[in-house]
Design a protein around this ligand. Structure first.
Ligand code: PLP
Length: 411
């Protein structure tokens, strides 16, 4: 059956975003990309493949099931598990060759008792107060790992608490200082720690010259800036614009077009009443799909290249939008909920503003049941790329030969 709600995923854009970061941090730094949360809503397996095609060295996931899904799909790259694992799943994760973050003695003891080989990364506390160990406990756990045959302490990690929320990076620099102290103390105790990593997207964009041994990219690999503050701070620091390309377009189709009179109420709670004869398009998407209920009477969608405001509340699986001002859409016309259509764009940032959240949550919450379709690059982008590469006029061969492969099974 043909999906009525889907996301076109521009996998060429995902690969290109990785290349942007490769140029930024240089050839010697490991580039890992976080594909947790269904690859920030972009579809785990197709996004992972696109990143690896673009030159990513490692993938990061949050959940053990994501390690299993990537291995089942034939992904052979290193996979780093950012989140916790049930102690009973450690044997399988070791067999799948997941790199594991550790911050509990119980995890290390279970792995040691199993007698498996595993490469571990110690999470040190630098001020986020999420996962991680203060230095004395980190030193003790590192010694425990060293004492277990089969276990290798491959790396040390930490995570920033206040880097994308502000243009004032004093706290992030304080965390950097604590990270460097922890690394120095662990190395003084004889732990080699070949892979030190703390940089997320914002740190990679702000401090590309200080990536340590690996960066852990997330949001920016998907073509989105971590925040407006990060963008402003990067510009103030004199960094050139990096040209990230958003890769996701969330679409649905018009299910009904209807004309209603002036003074008619729309949807649950009668929260919108028309002030003129109004033409509505009914779209089969709602909060159960990740279209936030906060968007009622606030968001726009794109139909026929024009903005159509959402009228009334968002239902579980339906929204109503106002198409009075444009030509009447036809049944099954495409509507864009997020992304571009014609000259208009609904950005993840605009939607985040309407919904009172951040672009991360907007894309990550698009339901896993929504199909992800690997879409060809827009013709203009292909032409741009060819023009830049050859200096000559573009051929459209790539665009016309690109196929549309449904990948909903990966969702
Ligand atoms: C998700 C995540 C990242 C990526 O963060 P972005 O801000 O999306 O770049 C990096 N490190 C850890 C530990 C994460 O959980």
């Amino acid at each position: 059956m043909r999906p009525l709600i889907w996301c076109d995923i521009d996998t060429a854009a995902l690969a290109e975003n990785v290349r942007v970061f490769r140029r930024l941090v240089g050839p010697d730094v490991l580039l890992s990309v976080a594909v947790k949360a269904n690859a920030y809503g972009h579809g785990l397996v197709p996004a992972a493949r696109a990143f690896l095609a673009g030159g990513a060295d490692w993938l990061c996931v949050h959940a053990p099931e994501e390690v299993r899904a990537l291995r089942a799909a034939g992904v052979t790259s290193p996979i780093y598990l950012l989140g916790p694992a049930h102690l009973d799943d450690l044997a399988e994760l070791a067999a799948l060759e997941a790199r594991l973050v550790v911050y509990n003695a119980e995890t290390v003891d279970r792995l040691a008792a199993l007698g498996v080989r595993a490469r571990l990364h110690l999470k040190v506390e630098t001020g986020n107060h999420r996962q991680g160990l203060e230095l004395p406990e980190a030193l003790a756990l590192a010694d425990r790992i060293r004492a277990a045959p089969g276990l290798t302490l491959e790396g040390v990690a930490s995570h920033f608490a206040n880097i994308e929320d502000t243009t004032d990076h004093r706290y992030a620099r304080y965390q950097l200082g604590r990270f460097e102290e922890a690394v120095a103390a662990l190395r003084a105790a004889g732990h080699a720690l070949p892979i030190r990593h703390i940089a997320n997207s914002a740190a990679a964009l702000l401090w590309p010259d200080h990536p340590f041994d690996m960066v852990r990219l997330g949001i920016s690999a998907y073509g989105l800036w971590p925040s407006r503050e990060t963008r402003v701070a990067a510009a103030l620091q004199g960094h050139a614009e990096v040209g990230l390309r958003p890769a996701l377009t969330w679409k649905t189709r018009v299910a009904q077009v209807k004309d209603i009179p002036e003074g008619a109420a729309v949807g649950y709670g009668l929260t919108f009443v028309t002030s003129r004869p109004t033409r509505l398009a009914i779209l089969p998407v709602g909060y159960a799909d990740g279209y936030d209920r906060q968007l009622g009477n606030l968001a726009h969608v794109l139909i026929g290249g024009r903005r159509a405001p959402v009228r009334g509340r968002v239902c579980m699986n339906i929204i109503m939008v106002d198409v009075t001002d444009g030509p009447a859409p036809a049944l099954e016309d495409e509507a864009v909920l997020l992304g571009a259509q014609g000259d208009e764009r609904i950005s993840a940032e605009a939607m985040a503003g309407w919904a009172g959240t951040i672009n991360y949550e907007v894309v990550a919450r698009i339901g896993a049941q929504v199909a992800r379709v690997e879409a060809p690059r827009p013709l203009e982008a292909v032409e741009d790329a060819l023009y830049r590469a050859t200096g000559s006029s573009a051929s459209t061969a790539e665009a016309s030969s690109a196929s549309r492969k449904p990948t909903s099974a990966d969702g």
